[in-house]
Design a protein. Structure first.
Length: 182
């Protein structure tokens, strides 16, 4: 069996990583600036991370979130305190694509809308809705075309629409909104 040809591959085989450096099978060192799949910003082979993973793997590799998981509860507590949003609910997902997919669903449940605004040249993952909001016809299958998406090339084109939506929301909910500088 062959691997599915997702991307053209660079002729580099990364064999190991230490900190922010990776090494190919010939021992050539690279500064790792990759910011993609399952990114771990603490670097490669960090001793504390390796120790914590090893400890957890020796006890329990994985189990369903249909039972109490003390580590998840502790994480939610720490993130709530660190972010200042202790009264929020934390949804844990396996990937950015899954997080984006569920964010799109939650937004649609909340506002009842079927239209999404996205930016050209953006990538949101390979789940169904995440693919749909990625403006790349090569990866959008007929099954992914379940809702409308309006793509914008530049953020400056998007700002008037964003302000219109904020004004409508403010009038509808009669609440004060915080505007972030774009």
């Amino acid at each position: 069996m062959n691997l599915f040809d997702v991307y053209p591959l660079f002729d580099i085989e990364i064999a190991k990583g230490i900190g922010c450096r990776t090494y190919d099978k010939q021992g050539i060192e690279y500064l790792d600036l990759y910011g993609g799949h399952a990114v771990i910003s603490i670097g490669h082979s960090h001793p504390y991370y390796v120790q914590k993973l090893t400890h957890q793997l020796e006890n329990l590799v994985f189990y369903s979130n249909s039972v109490v998981n003390k580590l998840q509860v502790e994480l939610a507590d720490k993130l709530g305190k660190a972010s200042g949003y202790e009264d929020y609910s934390l949804f844990l997902a396996n990937s950015g694509a899954e997080a984006n997919e569920n964010a799109l669903k939650l937004a649609s449940f909340h506002n009842g809308r079927r239209k999404v605004i996205a930016f050209n040249k953006s990538f949101h993952g390979r789940t169904s809705a995440a693919v749909r909001v990625t403006n790349n016809p090569k990866i959008v299958a007929p099954i992914n075309e379940g809702f409308d998406v309006e793509f914008y090339g530049k953020i400056t084109m998007f700002v008037p629409l964003l302000l219109k939506e904020f004004r409508a929301l403010a009038e509808y909910e009669s609440q004060q909104l915080i505007f972030f500088r774009l």
